[in-house]
Design a protein around this ligand. Sequence first.
Ligand code: HEM
Length: 137
Amino acid sequence: MTEADARPAPRSPYEALGGAATFRAIVDRFYDLMESEPSYGPLRAMHGDDLAPMREALASFLGGWAGGPREWFDANPGRCMFSVHGGFAIDAETANQWADAMARAIAESDIADRDLAAQLSDRLTGMARGMARNVAA
Ligand code: HEM
């Protein structure tokens, strides 16, 4: 056995963040905030009445994106997250609401590795801001 064989396999961010339970908790808190905070009203209004399918879809997407089970990607072959949002009028205001609610959900989560939690928050903030376009109000 070589030294390399003896090393434990590197953990994916998905595992290091706490796996499915963590992603489900973050996503549930994210949509709870979206539903309860008046300041996220414009973001909430863009979504359909029933957020239950979104809770499933976002938790599944984020888990796969972080290196976990790839259910969302297998069910959506070749589908890009930016084109998913191309039909929505996302401006700086709604992108910031998304990023803010997500950052709060992650900050409140019980992820043990707070550096990794901060990296997750930064990446998702960047993705959300990248989706904002100059759309007519
Ligand atoms: C920039 C701010 C964003 C806004 C305003 C926004 C809004 C939306 C809306 C309105 C939908 C459709 C909801 C429905 O059908 O009821 C949606 C779907 C979705 N969004 Fe976003 N989104 C944003 C950013 C993001 C980001 C950054 C991600 C991923 C990191 C993401 C992941 C998803 C996923 C996974 C779906 C479901 C796609 C599917 O499986 O059909 N969104 N989003």
